[in-house]
Design a binder for this molecule. Structure first.
Ligand SMILES: [Zn+2]
Length: 82
């Protein structure tokens, strides 16, 4: 069981959260200017490191807020971002 540290509610089980994907993926400034390759890259291409990755999680069964955490992709250890 993964335990997620919510800054508003404290540490809770992952079943209270919804995974929101990689953090820090900026929406394109002018999306209509992107071609299909650039648009599909924005939608689908994400980092896949062997190590720490910043992610967004939604605390649906708690405070109903989005939070950013760092998850180790090998061990699933989660910590608050530094
Ligand atoms: Zn919360």
């Amino acid at each position: 069981m993964i335990r997620v540290p919510c800054p508003h509610c404290g540490e809770r089980d992952e079943t209270e959260f919804h995974y929101g994907g990689q953090a820090g993926v900026a929406y394109p400034a002018d999306p209509s200017a992107l071609d299909d390759v650039a648009w599909s890259s924005y939608l689908f291409v994400r980092s896949n490191p062997r190590g720490w990755l910043r992610e967004r999680w939604f605390h649906g069964a708690g405070c109903r807020r989005w939070l950013t955490v760092e998850r180790h992709t090998v061990t699933d250890e989660i910590r608050s971002p530094s």
